[in-house]
Design a protein around this ligand. Structure first.
Ligand SMILES: [Zn+2]
Length: 396
């Protein structure tokens, strides 16, 4: 899918340096007027590089800024993400604004979560909901005919731009994008995870993108529009999500919607783990305890995460289910308080928090994360053996 790239290293580096320089100046700017000027130059450059398939230069500039210039990094990242997920599209010689949207769906199941092609009728229904609840009058919309897992979505800025352009062409035509699913990776099996629909809205340049932005429409009608869309999509997706408990989230611009889903998935995963233990093994929250501990990679500057090991109250060694809570830039102490509150809401009141940091360990055989037990060790989960339709232990 990616365009061929023939660009010299020197040229690539020069581009990255220029982008980093402009981003540093933008981050120091003290007025909207200055902001706008730097932003315009950055947007032109980023768009030009993305359009020519040189998204790597933008990623290199971000790398360059990531260690010493956090504000400039954030400014450039925001701007580059926005450039990748939107574009100006010509229709009959007239410029149009086009935005790529994602609609996240949180789901959990005792069986494999679907990541699948949508039937023609489901696709039609999703498109109807997007047109009816999100888009302004006369907008052109599109929906992709696939329910994606996170690792099947475009990742780099260049990949996002490529998919955005396909969606925008589909919006100009009949609104239905046939996704080439042969090249998609098989998703990693998780008890709880997010799935995503992709959509696009195309409107005449500088006119409202969403229904609630139109003149004469109450801006607060956004709230009812989003909740109606979520409710309708929950119905529309029911045949796709057989055997799953799921919840459609609010749609948003591609990158923002993915971030929001990552946040909401954390507490949803805790709920899923507790419901799963109740449904599959008849273990109620009152006979469970949770151990909470920070995990960190020693060498690299990867972000730490909190892992939660769930055990029976009588067993301090055996972890029967685990949940990973990535920090996503949040404060660690506050996150631990948030997790404790979430566990209490779910009815688990016996909580153990370890202050010491665990190494970020995964199982050598199956790649599953290791979880903390109450005794203070990091262990592999072992499902309880009294379930009816579950294997009694990991298969290795
Ligand atoms: Zn394993």
């Amino acid at each position: 899918m990616r365009r061929n790239r023939f660009i010299s290293r020197a040229r690539h580096q020069a581009d990255a340096d220029t982008l980093a320089k402009l981003a540093r100046r933008l981050s120091e700017s003290g007025s909207r007027l200055e902001d706008r000027l730097w932003e315009r130059r950055l947007v032109e450059l980023v768009n030009d590089r993305l359009a020519r398939g040189f998204g790597d230069a933008v990623e290199a500039a971000l790398d360059e800024l990531s260690t010493d210039h956090p504000r400039a990094y954030d400014d450039l990242a925001d701007l580059a993400e926005s450039c990748a997920e939107s574009a100006v599209v010509e229709i009959d010689g007239e410029p149009h604004d086009a935005l790529l949207l994602a609609i996240p769906v949180l789901a959990w199941s005792r069986y494999r979560l679907p990541a699948t092609k949508l039937s023609a009728s489901v696709l039609e229904n999703v498109l109807t909901q997007v047109v009816g609840h999100l888009a302004p009058r006369g907008a052109r919309c599109a929906v992709g005919d696939f329910l994606f897992s996170i690792d099947q979505l475009p990742e780099s800025l260049g990949e996002v731009r490529d998919v955005a352009e396909q969606m925008f062409s589909a919006a100009v035509q009949d609104g239905r994008l046939k996704v080439d699913s042969k090249s998609l990776r098989e998703p990693i099996a998780m008890l709880a995870d997010a799935r995503y629909l992709l959509a696009a809205i195309v409107v005449p340049q500088a006119s409202p993108l969403f229904h609630w932005q139109q003149t004469g429409v109450d801006p607060d009608s956004k709230i009812s529009a989003i909740s109606a869309l979520r409710e309708q999509l929950d119905n529309v997706l029911t045949p796709v999500m057989t055997g799953c408990k799921f919840r459609t989230l609010a749609p948003g611009a591609f990158h923002a919607a993915l971030r929001q889903a990552d946040r909401e998935l954390r507490e949803f995963s805790l709920e899923a783990a507790v419901s799963f233990l109740k449904l599959s093994f008849d273990l109620t929250p009152s006979v469970l305890q949770a151990t909470i501990a920070p995990f960190e990679e020693k060498r690299e500057r990867s972000s730490p995460e909190i892992r939660i090991g769930i055990s029976r109250t009588s067993e301090d060694d055996v972890v029967i289910e685990g949940v990973v809570w990535p920090l996503l830039g949040d404060d660690e102490e506050r996150s631990i308080e948030e997790i404790e509150a979430a566990l209490r809401r779910l009815g688990i009141v016996r909580l153990v928090s370890h202050a010491h940091r665990f190494p970020m360990e995964f199982c050598d055989d199956c790649g599953a994360p290791m979880f903390p037990n109450a005794a203070g060790h990091s262990v592999h989960t072992e499902p309880p053996d009294d379930g009816e339709d579950q294997p009694s232990a990991p298969l290795h």
